[in-house]
Design a protein around this ligand. Sequence first.
Ligand SMILES: [Zn+2]
Length: 165
Amino acid sequence: MNAFEFRSEDGAFGASISPKTLTEILESCRDFAPAETGGILVGRYNDALNCAVVTDASERPPDSRSGRTWLLRGTAGLQSWLDRLWSSSKRRYYLGEWHFHPGGAPEPSPTDIEQMGKIARSPSYECPEPVLLLVGGAAEKRSDVRVYVFLSKGGRAAPVELLAT
Ligand SMILES: [Zn+2]
């Protein structure tokens, strides 16, 4: 099966995600409903640096905490996993975040926008244009998934939706 492709309306930015990875994310969301859950997205940029190719998604780190409408995504195990993926021949690295809005819309909340801005500015993430994959509703249909890239505008990170192609 081909990757799912997403692109901004102006065509400037894109993302793709493997069906296997998206299936894993949706299963994890259904497992944790009605609580939020989430993790990180890993992969690489294409040669033109305008498309984030998501190859892997972490599971929910075990030190994460969440409720119906909030998530404190933990960090346990992520750095060693990232180190392994980077040192493999495929050279994969951090691309962004995924999380679930159980029963809600897959749209970034003000908290999400603030957190993605912090990630974009953080030297430790080395990811100035992070991707956010949101899952809403019952985490069952393709329309429950939306993908955003955060571009910095006037010192703030602004979400740009990437539409399914
Ligand atoms: Zn959110």
